[in-house]
Design a protein around this ligand. Structure first.
Ligand SMILES: [Zn+2]
Length: 259
């Protein structure tokens, strides 16, 4: 059986809009060079201000426009997430290798290298266009995705699962059980941070653990989301192994979806 998988990426993601930060352009560059030509690469379009305003205040949008270069890249990052989700609805699962990340972008403030909430903008766009009614967010980043959580807190149709266990066995079991407790949805979106990695800040998950998390997610998506699954890059700062962890997650998703 054919196993399609796509990467969403644009060279503009390597723009150095934030200096003296661990959130470096090398993060996406390293992932892309590790991926090589394994999967087809699809280019995103920027999201619109209308998309942004479904998640964020006029004030936050105005503030972000004061840094035009970063504003453009942040719109393209959200657009990359949107592209990945849209393709996954056509049974083309995707990983969006984007930066800046988004899960710390709240309606009216942002922090943690995040400017616009890529996941929130994506799911609200799909809901507004009538493409989906129900989504599940799985956030495996080391840090609690406060922005995404706040955006969907009062929306029973978009449960946001932040996995926060501090050892691999609990992390995997918690992912499994929290997904299992969710009803059917139109799509599963993974906020894929890799800073829980054993050599990163979290000092927790191994590369095979990322494969397992992918497999759990892929098989859940097959069972309860019509196979609609996408992942977007959030954190992850141990640059040498970002690519191999992203590949492990992708291969796990494929195994869960198609085996
Ligand atoms: Zn993080």
């Amino acid at each position: 059986m054919e196993q399609p998988f796509y990467i969403v990426y644009d060279r503009l993601y390597t723009t150095n809009y934030i200096t003296a930060s661990v959130e470096k352009p090398e993060r996406v560059r390293q992932i892309m060079s590790s991926l090589g030509k394994t999967y087809p690469i699809v280019k995103p379009d920027p999201c619109t201000d209308e998309d942004i305003l479904r998640c964020h205040s006029e004030g936050l949008l105005f503030m972000e426009k004061q840094d035009p270069e970063r504003y453009e890249i942040a719109k393209l990052s959200a657009g990359g997430a949107l592209k990945a989700a849209t393709m996954s609805m056509e049974n083309k699962p995707c990983f969006a290798v984007i930066r800046p990340p988004g899960h710390h972008a709240n309606p009216d403030h942002n922090w943690g290298f995040c400017y616009f909430n890529n996941m929130g903008i994506t799911l609200k766009h799909l809901i507004a266009k009538g493409i989906i009614t129900r989504a599940i967010v799985l956030d495996i980043d080391l840090h609690f995705g406060d922005g995404t959580d706040t955006i969907f807190k009062s929306n029973a149709n978009v449960p946001v699962l932040n996995i926060q266990a501090s050892n691999p066995v609990d992390f995997i079991n918690e992912t499994k059980s929290r997904l299992e407790s969710c009803d059917h949805a139109d799509i599963l979106g993974i906020s894929a941070g890799f800073d829980q990695y054993i050599k990163d800040w979290g000092a927790n998950l191994s590369t095979p653990d990322y494969f397992t998390l992918g497999e759990i997610s892929g098989s859940f998506a097959k069972k309860r989301c019509n196979g609609h699954i996408f992942a977007i890059l959030e954190g992850g700062y141990y640059i040498p192994d970002l690519g191999k962890n992203a590949i492990a997650l992708i291969e796990g998703i494929l195994k869960g979806l198609y085996d």
